[in-house]
Design a protein around this ligand. Structure first.
Ligand code: SF4
Length: 380
């Protein structure tokens, strides 16, 4: 019986680098993009033998900004994947795009090549905030792209927002979410801004935290987001993700449920049969070795059972439905309450975790302090 697999495809190009971004991405030349696509095709091709053991249920083309590629280039990548890998009957195929980088022709091409879910990076409804973030687009351009996507027939669209942007207040955030939910995308992700090292934002804000919303404001924004989106028909199913019924991201659930996934492209991470590994982040090495992925792997890590248990807990607890004791027993042949006796007792006592029947999940307070709570589940 073939095993289920997710595919992640990394496209490392963007129109311009955003001030807060530490992802593996940059503005490539047309030549660079074409060379990269050819290498990616070669890498996909090299998995023909491996692919025989799997049936792919989700594909996620992320970046970077995958929509900066030409329609024909994306067609090549998607076509090659479907030629080399066996896809299940109704796979989820997501493509990330940024406002202002798609045309009718590109959207049509995505549709014809099986893409059935779009993830649009809006980040803010307010143009002045988009400027602060260093985004390439305005809200009006987002509306145009969103409209184009709907016209092209996409019925499953996710939109990303960033909260706790410098200067953001709850009242303003309320307007942002109201405007976005009025458009009724099927899925909304809200990520709190994190000031990452080695970004322009780090230089600007690391020493000036007073310019960022404080803890209390961020907390209010978070709690209000959950209750408002619930009223609008979105269920929160993970710390940062909200979906209309049945529209949860199947691909991302795979990450939190520790399903197997293969990363294709520069720097892409994989987890297959409890081995975590990343492709090289060095473009020159990638281009030279894309035909033999084994030779360009970094950070190879075989997960011993203890590590698998840790991941089961700290990834699973990110989901609002939490983790199942029965599932833990099925996978590890041990009782979760024995293995995590101290941590469970402590977090249930102090109200960071709750339990219902077989499941254990983060409480509202636990979600707000999730980083600290999840650390409790790491072995020393
Ligand atoms: S569009 Fe996304 S990946 Fe590209 S620079 Fe901006 S945040 Fe980074």
């Amino acid at each position: 019986m073939k095993k289920e697999l997710g595919l992640y495809v990394h496209i490392p190009f963007c129109v311009k680098k955003c001030g807060y971004c530490d992802f593996l991405s940059w503005c490539g030349t047309s030549e660079e993009k074409e060379t990269y696509v050819q290498a990616l095709l070669k890498e996909i091709e090299s998995y023909r033998e491996f692919a025989r053991g799997y049936r792919v249920s989700t594909v996620f083309v992320g970046g970077g900004t995958p929509s900066v590629l030409e329609a024909g280039q994306m067609e090549g990548v998607l076509g090659n994947i479907q030629e080399v890998f066996e896809l299940e009957k109704k796979p989820e195929i997501t493509l990330e795009m940024n406002p202002g980088t798609v045309t009718e022709e590109k959207l049509q091409c995505y549709k014809e090549n099986g893409v059935n879910r779009l993830s649009i990076g809006l980040q803010s409804v307010k143009n002045e905030k988009l400027e602060v973030l260093g985004r390439i687009h305005s809200y009006e351009e987002f509306l145009e792209s969103y409209e184009l996507a709907r016209k092209a027939g996409f019925t499953n669209i996710s939109v990303d927002l960033i909260s706790s942007i410098p200067g953001q207040k709850l009242e303003e955030w309320k307007e942002e979410l109201a405007a976005l939910s009025a458009l009724s995308p099927e899925h909304i992700s809200v990520y709190q801004l994190i000031i990452e090292a080695e970004t322009p934002f780090y230089e600007k804000y690391a020493e000036h935290e007073e310019l960022l919303p404080d803890e209390e404001e961020s907390r209010e924004i978070y709690l209000w987001t959950g209750s408002f989106l619930k009223e609008q028909g979105y269920e929160q199913y993970e710390i940062s993700n909200y979906a209309k019924p049945g529209k949860e991201s199947r691909h991302n659930l795979k990450y939190w449920e520790r399903g197997d996934y293969l990363g294709l492209g520069l720097g892409a991470a994989s987890m297959v049969r409890n081995i975590r590994v990343s492709n090289t982040k060095d473009m020159k090495t990638y281009l030279e070795r894309c035909g033999q992925p084994k030779t360009m792997r970094e950070d190879v890590q075989f997960l011993e059972e203890a590590r698998q248990m840790e991941e089961f807990m700290f990834l699973g607890l990110r989901k609002t439905r939490g983790v199942s004791r029965k599932e833990f027993r099925r996978i590890f042949g041990q009782e979760m309450d024995m293995v995590y006796e101290k941590a469970l007792h402590k977090c249930l006592e102090n109200g960071m975790l709750k339990e219902h029947k077989d499941r254990v999940y983060l409480s509202e307070e636990g979600v707000l302090l999730s980083n600290a709570v999840l650390l409790e589940f790491l072995f020393d």
